[in-house]
Design a protein around this ligand. Structure first.
Ligand code: C2E
Ligand code: MG
Ligand code: MG
Ligand code: MG
Length: 286
């Protein structure tokens, strides 16, 4: 009897793997189709000055609403797109739409687009970006690209060449999720980056984690000395925000405390709202 049961559970185990394999295949097919049909959408999260008086730029974040499964997070579908070789299509689609949407926002509000590590391994990304700028009419000075530390470790020569050309074109380069990847520091003085986005793990529960706050201050000191602009990501509460500002840890803040990601057609209103309240340049500049 126990033998029979063992046989059963082995069969079930095998079936389970088969089912997961089939399910995964289906998801890959659905993603391929969604990208081909232009079914991915974009939401934008405003990046405010640390004092909250002005929106400087908005980050484009891809969204996939699956017809059956509903919302699928980018942390799930972006790695799949990379694996099945369609991330360059995703990047191009997001880049083109983001540039067009930014054209509808008040100047000089910018847009920030995430690049995959794979994008940096192919110099053709430079043309993709130039085309998106040209066809939308957006000035390169209003476009930021976000790259992660880890993406810089692979094929550094190509990545460098790509980033140099983007920099020459007048784009702003931001290092995303800073502090979570490998070799965080060694390349900081060698790369044409102007912005560092400090990962949200460095502000999690900082009110009760004094050592984490010190770590954050250390990172901020170091990056400021290199002349980099600092965005702190993932600030959710007024308490976190107050601490970050008390210790002057951010030039800009991106987090639920100021705004969640929203539809692109709501950005202009938010920008105007801040301008009515604080003036075009916010309250810091005369
Ligand atoms: P990311 O580039 O670091 O984007 C920030 C993520 O943090 C977004 O998640 C955003 O919704 C979330 N976030 C912002 N403020 C808060 C906060 O206060 N609390 C918390 N808990 N989360 C906050 P999202 O949209 O789920 O995107 C996750 C990641 O997926 C992004 O991280 C980025 O790495 C990737 N991604 C999204 N869109 C694209 C894209 O178009 N292309 C590529 N290559 N990657 C993308
Ligand atoms: Mg990002
Ligand atoms: Mg990030
Ligand atoms: Mg990221």
């Amino acid at each position: 009897e126990s033998k029979a049961r063992g046989g059963n559970s082995l069969t079930m185990f095998t079936c389970d793997i088969d089912a997961r394999y089939v399910e995964r295949q289906r998801l890959e097919d659905d993603l391929r189709q969604a990208v081909a049909e232009g079914a991915l959408t974009i939401v934008y999260q405003p990046v405010y000055t640390a004092d909250g008086t002005r929106i400087d730029r908005c980050e484009a974040l891809a969204r996939w609403h699956h017809p059956v499964k509903g919302h699928i997070a980018p942390n799930i579908f972006i790695p799949i797109a990379e694996e099945i070789g369609i991330i360059s299509d995703v990047t191009r689609v997001v880049m083109e739409q983001a540039c067009r949407d930014c054209m509808t926002w008040p100047e000089p509000v910018s847009v920030s687009v995430n690049l995959s590590s794979q994008d940096l391994r192919d110099e053709r990304i430079v043309e993709v970006i130039r085309n998106a700028l040209a066809s939308s009419g957006l000035s390169a000075s209003r476009l930021h690209v976000e790259i992660t530390e880890t993406s810089l470790m692979e094929e550094i020569a190509t990545a460098r060449a790509v980033l140099d050309r983007l920099q020459e074109d007048g784009l702003t380069i931001a290092i995303d999720d800073f502090g979570t990847g490998f070799s965080s520091l060694s390349y900081l003085d060698r790369l044409p980056a102007q912005v560092v986005k400090i990962d949200r793990s460095f502000v999690l529960d900082i009110a009760n984690q004094p050592r984490r706050l010190q770590l954050l201050q250390g990172i901020v000191q170091l990056t400021r000395r290199l002349g980099l602009e600092i965005v702190v990501e993932g600030i959710e509460t007024e308490d976190q925000l107050a601490l970050v500002n008390k210790h002057k840890c951010a030039d800009f803040v991106q987090g639920f405390v100021y705004s969640t990601p929203i539809q692109g057609d709501r950005i202009a209103d938010l920008v105007e709202q801040a301008r009515r309240k604080y003036g075009v340049r916010g309250i810091h500049v005369a």
